[in-house]
Design a protein around this ligand. Sequence first.
Ligand code: CAA
Length: 296
Amino acid sequence: MKNICVIGAGTMGNGIAHVFAQNGFSVSLVDVSQDQLNKAIATITNNLDRQVSKGAITSEVKESALNNIVTHTSLAAAVKNAELVVEAATENVDLKLNIFKQIDENAAASCILATNTSSISITKIASVTSRPEQVIGMHFMNPVPVMKLVEIINGYATKKDVTNTIIELSKQLGKVPCVVNDYPGFIANRILMPMINEAVYSLYEGVAGVEEIDTVMKLGMAHPMGPLQLADFIGLDVCLSILNVLHEGFGNPKYAPCPLLVNMVTAKKLGVKTGEGFYTYAKGSKELMVSERFKK
Ligand code: CAA
């Protein structure tokens, strides 16, 4: 496999394009907005520079990675020669189904169609294509260049040789693949999101403050970030939407999102991307400050 098409140039899409390009693949990066594509290339350049300055890669690898990426605003043109398409568009079911119909119509018959969805059913996405046996979940973690895991999700119809191809490909990217089946939240978010929800409940019920909750989990369980900081990093809207998928998918009240999380999303306090969640994020500052709302 040589030609990869990545759809969506947001945080996940640019990270996925980065790791494929760094490992010698030709990447077509697609987005509806040229502005978003330009931002993605700037982010990839910054992240490659950071790797060069840390001695993780050479400047030749950086240059060849950047040369390996071509940007497109036309999906049809970008998927034409792809052997694998990795979709990393916004986490919205209707949008993804529409994108998969278009990919299916324009990609070669042999092309494998992967989605980076964090919680939407692979089987449902596959059902709108003419090749459900070639549709698979390839769930990268943020930040993609750093995190080792690729959660590979078999849809109901995914063929074994397709899974094996994606396992091998993930290894070529220096990642560790883990194969799971297609049930709500897969494994990563089925376990991560209830932990985040429980942290929000602990705050909501006044068991402890933001810093205490995060410090317990950082120092007590060796997590690199506490669950509330991680929720801000992922985006509180994304956390809420995944919890709703778990709640609806299993019909079990244990997944019901905490009312505080729902309120924060309604108030557009979404975490890092809006500058405020459980913490506040001033531009250019690395200091972590508890949001005014949760200060004691
Ligand atoms: N590109 C390249 N390198 C990057 C990077 C990026 N975007 N972001 C960070 N790095 C590198 C840094 O250069 C640094 O490299 P060295 O170890 O060689 O020095 C290393 O990563 C650590 O970065 P920092 O020193 O800046 O900061 P840190 O030590 O606080 O680590 C972190 C930052 C890697 C994000 C760490 O806090 C962490 O692991 N957090 C948890 C992340 C996590 O849980 N992600 C999964 C979220 S869930 C998800 O993605 C899926 C979903 O469906 C919701």
